[in-house]
Design a binder for this molecule. Structure first.
Ligand code: NAP
Length: 255
């Protein structure tokens, strides 16, 4: 009985930006818990390869190629997914990018691209999905925030601004959509080894500094994010609304 609260059998989950990295790991985790998965990304070949990997593991997978920053493409894609595949029970807003430069040199085009991808896209996709979920009076939305929703670092002020805003968007979505039976929460990953953090992983000074100040004394492993996602996507979290669950080895707790 207790474990069945975590089951996602019969549910369908769209995970944005899931051809690799954290999104792919979350897709695998939700799929292992029983969900049908809709993978998303811009690159059809990369998406097909990711889908093939999950199918070989016995997970039911559909692919939806669209750019989450393109409001028109999103408005067209979400009803199409619901029509062609299944009604969406779970949305994970994961697609995100990083751009690093001292703020006084930060190119305006990078600022725009970063905000479009990390923040505007969440508004577009969530609005379209919420409009499908509201009549059904149920749904789970999980926004992938970051430790940078709370803490800054040199050369990533725009990223931190986007993730700080995403934390408050999560709370706003929770307030507006909670009365419709939709639960909106966030996951704040600490430092995980992916393409997005490749430069940091290679930087021994950074990596030594990071592990030294993380109470768990190491980088996170991607599969360690699955438990939080399964919890927030399932009935196990049925009265958890507007919470940001940091999965960070404790790094947000210490100076
Ligand atoms: P990643 O390895 O770079 O993967 C990003 C994924 O998003 C790819 O599948 C990419 O596929 C897709 N994507 C990018 N732009 C897109 C767009 N406009 N439309 C649709 N899909 C798009 O990144 P990651 O490290 O897994 O990060 C995933 C999320 O976790 C991000 O929101 C990031 O901020 C957050 N995060 C990461 C870490 C970490 O340690 N890695 C820590 C905290 C938070 P295509 O290029 O084919 O579209």
């Amino acid at each position: 009985m207790t474990l069945s609260l975590f089951s996602l059998e019969g549910r369908t989950a769209l995970i944005t930006g899931s051809s690799q990295g954290i999104g792919f790991a979350l897709a695998r985790g939700l799929g292992q818990a029983g969900a049908r998965i809709v993978l998303n990304g811009r690159g059809p070949a990369r998406l097909a390869k990711a889908a093939e990997t999950l199918r070989a593991e016995g997970i039911a997978v559909d692919e939806a190629v669209f750019d989450v920053t393109d409001a028109e493409a999103v408005a067209e894609a979400i009803p199409r997914i619901e029509r062609d595949h299944a009604p969406l029970d779970i949305l994970v807003n994961n697609a995100g990018i990083q751009r690093r430069a001292p703020l006084e040199q930060f190119p305006e085009s990078d600022w725009r691209e970063l905000m479009d991808t990390n923040l505007d896209s969440v508004f577009y996709v969530s609005k379209a999905v919420a409009n499908c979920m509201i009549p059904r009076k149920r749904g789970k939305i999980i926004n992938i925030c970051s430790v940078q929703s709370e803490l800054g670092r040199p050369s990533i002020a725009p990223y931190a601004a986007s993730k700080g805003a995403l934390k408050m968007l999560t709370k706003g979505m929770c307030i507006d959509w909670g009365p419709h039976g939709i639960q909106v929460n966030g996951i704040g990953p600490g430092y995980f080894e992916t393409e997005l953090t490749e430069a940091l992983v290679r930087d021994e000074t950074f990596s030594g500094w990071l592990t030294g100040r993380t109470p768990a004394r190491r980088w996170g492993k991607l599969e360690e994010l699955s438990g939080a996602a399964i919890y927030l996507a399932s009935d196990a979290s049925s009265f958890v609304n507007g919470h940001i669950l940091y999965v960070d080895g404790g790094v947000t707790t210490t100076l």
